[in-house]
Ligand binder design. Structure first.
Ligand code: HGY
Ligand code: MN
Ligand code: MN
Length: 412
């Protein structure tokens, strides 16, 4: 394959430009889905899509598409490239944004080079991939794949009490198109690994062939507020202590697991939250993941049984709300093989891997042949402002995406 190359300067400048948008008063990057900061990022992306002369379409769940439909591409199903631009709290600048901006870069490079694809090529930024403000996460791609009703998704109430649909309308991104209006011929997502494997193995490209299962729950434990000084330990109904026992239970289960189970309690709130009052209530979330579905179900069952015994022992009541549940996903082996070949053609090392992080690709894999390309994350750090991937690695990954796009959308 003759090697076109992306415009590295243009891509790197856009990553940094978008990374500077949506900073809070402490300088942290916080572009939660459908927030004012997200609007600023979306507006910048749309301006670049229009500058590339793409047909910009926003659907009802706020997914943003930039579609290149050259002469002769006909009504073929498009090749779809993309990711997300919403972020977590105090995020790095690469998670999601790198994939969306590389997709745009690939299209612009192909247009400039006079490439005549056999089908349209589109870039997409999916709504609310992170799921920090609204659940479920990856909702824009989940609705696109027909896995969740769009009106139910729009009715979701966020951690600040606002509804997703109202917020999208408020920021001007409640589009008219029905989600799923564009049925992809194939979907490719370029993303930073967000883990330590590629760096540890000194490998340049991850040919991602699968993605682990994800189980999100919100747990509320109700005990009894009481005096921290006068209440004997034997008489306490301590919601805080019970929550702490859940956290250590999860860690012990994950460490003992024969699979690669991981478990995280990322949010927790006590009530009344006073130094000298035994907590009457603890509310927290559980993020449980496993590449093996049977093992994930086993962990969920063990946790549920632990809740029963814990409520007995600590004289508390425990209620659980399911927030999201996605099974492990296998990606398209033909595309994975093309990724490995493209890496070889560019003299880059590659390895097959499973994604530890959730991605829009796991949803689109339900409706189209899909795979992901990873580039290394320094120190495996992500969801952290210290998230970093060297420029050369970013450019290498984008050139692999370019080669895959040419391969999959090659003239007939
Ligand atoms: O949670 C995840 O794995 C992804 O970053 N949304
Ligand atoms: Mn991401
Ligand atoms: Mn993320």
């Amino acid at each position: 394959m003759s090697n076109y190359s992306i415009d590295a300067e243009r891509l790197l400048l856009r990553i940094r430009t978008l990374g500077a948008i949506g900073r809070d008063s402490d300088g942290r990057l916080v572009r939660l889905a459908a927030s004012d900061a997200d609007k600023l990022g979306r507006d910048q992306l749309v301006s670049w899509l229009k500058g590339a002369d793409l047909d910009v379409v926003v659907d009802r769940i706020g997914n943003i598409f930039g579609i290149w439909k050259p002469e002769g591409a006909g009504d073929q199903q498009p090749l779809l490239l993309g990711s997300h631009i919403d972020t977590v709290i105090d995020a790095g600048i690469y998670d999601g944004c790198y994939g969306v901006l590389s997709a745009l870069e690939v299209i612009e490079t192909l247009k400039t080079a006079g490439f005549q694809p056999s089908r349209p090529i589109a870039v997409v930024a999916f709504t609310n991939e992170e799921g920090v403000r609204f659940v479920p996460d990856m909702v824009g791609s989940l609705v696109t794949a027909g896995g969740f009703d769009v009106d139910e998704a729009l009715a979701a109430v966020g951690i600040d009490g606002r509804r997703l649909g109202e917020e999208l309308a408020r920021i001007g991104y409640a589009g008219a198109e029905e989600p799923g209006f564009l049925r992809p011929h194939a979907y490719l997502e370029l993303h930073i690994e967000q883990g330590p494997v590629l760096e540890r193995e000194n490998i340049s490209i991850g040919a991602v062939e699968s993605l682990q299962g994800i189980s999100w729950q919100r747990v509320t434990i109700d005990g009894q507020a009481n005096h921290a000084g006068t209440t004997p330990i034997s008489m306490r109904r301590d919601a805080g202590l019970a929550a702490a026992r859940v956290i250590t239970f999860l860690r012990d289960r994950a460490k003992a697991s024969k699979s690669r189970t991981v478990a995280t309690v990322g949010t927790i709130r006590f009530e009344p939250n006073a130094i000298n009052v035994i907590p009457s209530r603890a509310t927290f979330t559980i993020d449980l993941r496993d590449p093996n579905e049977d093992s994930l179900q086993e962990q969920e069952a063990a946790l549920s049984a632990f809740f029963d015994s814990l409520s007995e022992e600590e004289h508390v009541t425990i209620s659980v709300e399911r927030l999201a549940r996605f099974q492990p996903v296998q990606f398209d082996q033909r595309i994975v093989a093309l990724i490995e070949q493209a890496a070889r053609d560019r003299g880059l090392t590659s390895m097959r891997m499973t994604s530890g992080a959730g991605h829009d690709a796991q949803m689109i894999a339900r409706i189209a042949p899909t795979a992901m390309i990873f580039v290394p994350s320094v120190g495996g750090v992500s969801h952290n402002p210290k998230e970093f991937t060297p420029d050369a690695a970013l450019v290498a990954g984008a050139n692999i995406l370019l080669d895959l796009a040419r391969e999959v959308a090659a003239p007939l």
